[in-house]
Structures are given as C-alpha cells and as structure tokens.
Design a protein around this ligand. Sequence first.
Ligand code: SAM
Length: 289
Amino acid sequence: MPTPDLGSPGRTAEVIRTHQFAFQKKFGQNFLTDAHVLEKIVAASGVTKEDLVLEIGPGIGTLTQYLACAAREVVAVEIDRNLIPILGETLAGYDNVTVICEDILKLDIPALVQERNEGRPIQVVANLPYYITTPIIMSLFESHVPMESLTVMVQKEVADRMKAGPGTKDYGALSLAVQFYAEPYLAAHVPPHCFMPRPNVGSAVIRLRRYEEPPITVRDEGWMFRLIRASFNQRRKTLVNSLHNAPELNLSKEQVQEALADLELPAAVRGEALTLAQFAALADRLLLS
Ligand code: SAM
C-alpha cells in the first residue's frame, strides 16, 4: 500500500491545478491540508485493520489515503462527480478503497453494511460538509445503521452543542439526540488554516461512540424527540407554553402542568433545564395523559 502523499497545502494545490478543479461552495468543500490533523482524526477514530470504514465526502482523497492505511476496507461516498476522476488518480494503488458517486443522504447504508460487512458495525469517519452536518449525523443514528463510532470534523459550535449539558447556552435538541445515542469525546480543535479554502469558522474533531443500549429507557423514542424539539423551538418560553403552543403535540396546558407536578419539576421550568432522563420521564408521563 502506498504511503499517503496528500496532506500538505502544496500537494493539494498541485492536484487542484492539474485537474483544473473548481471548488463548489454548495457542497461545503474545504479540503484538509495538514498531515498532523489527518493523523489525529485516524487515531481518534480507533480504526483498525478489522474495520470497514464509511467515509463521507472524500474530496480529493486526502483523508481516504490515511484511512486506507489503517482500515481493512474503505467505502468513500462523494456527491461531486467532478472529483471522481481525481480520486481515481490519488487513490490508485489503494486496492482496499471503493468510491461511490452518490448523495450520502440517498444511499442505502444498512444495505451497504450488510453486503460489505455482513451486518457487523462499521466505523464512520469524515470531514463533513458543514451545510448538512446535523442531517447526516441524525440520519445515521435514527436509521439505526450498525455503527461502532462516528468520528467527524464539524464546525466548533456544533461540537460544543453535541457535548453541552442542561442549563448551558449550547444545550439543545442536538445535544439530547447525540447523547441519547452516543458518548461524545472532543479529540481536537482545528484552526481554519488547516483547510483549503479556509472556512470562516473554527472546526473540531469529535468522536461519537455509539451506546449498545441508550443510557435511559423511554417508551416511545419518536414521541420524546418531538417533545424535545418543541421545547427548544421556543427556547425562552416555559415548557408549559412551548409544549402547549406546538400544534402537532396536541397537549393542553393542564396536561403539561400535571405531568410536571408529578415529576416534581417547577411549574415555570424551561426545557433547557431538563436532563435527558427528565425528558424521558416527561415523555412517558405525557403518553399516559
Ligand atoms: N474529506 C475531504 C478532506 O478532508 O479534504 C473533503 C472534505 S469537504 C469538507 C466535504 C466533502 O463532502 C466534499 O468533497 C463534498 O463534495 C462532499 N459532499 C458534500 N455533500 C455531500 C453529500 N450530500 N454526499 C456525499 N458527499 C458530499
């Protein structure tokens, strides 16, 4: 297997120039150009020679080269067809890599895991396109793709939201969703100069290790997340008002007030004060009302 030759501003610029590649802003294309960061991502992911890695958005194949050296097999899914001939060249010699030209949100990932990994959990690793970070992460969790962990580069603010706890400004629906499915670990902060072109925001590498069983039990997961979303839609309002004002929930103020009283929560409490366990208890209690 070749040693990675990408991972510096000079080499990335050379590949871009040779292929006359035009960056597409709409695809969130910020390519990594720092070997140290690339090594850090692979180390944080814990990928071994046993693993099948799904890489979302390989770009010109920089992270893909490093993953190919660490993993048994890499499947890299890229939406931009202009990158496919470039990947053919930069990944020549890496015979454990398959490139699929597709929108990751349209790919049947459970079928891919079945076919290539006999349904065993895969590792997902990506420098994510920032315009669809949350939909990608949520669809991976909600579709129950067999997955050991998800190691991703995201906007720093998004990493902060994933890790946030109750009562903090970053705490919200994303924090609760991520923490229901996985244990988050912040592996690195990455400044804009490590990318080409440079993003306008700071970035971070976060590893989400999927729980075998969620840390709390709830009767109806979908119902709990509908409550959570409604609670944070109107962040400054009390929970009673937020939930009553969400027409799709069809809850009266009295129903919510009674449920809060049963759970010994203050009548004027806001959603941002509740833990995941308290949201689960509230969801179970409201399901019965
Ligand atoms: N992995 C490369 C790197 O680190 O240098 C590129 C990362 S770049 C931030 C994001 C990549 O995701 C781009 O190559 C972009 O074209 C691709 N992409 C954007 N939307 C996508 C989608 N819906 N499905 C698959 N790939 C996508």
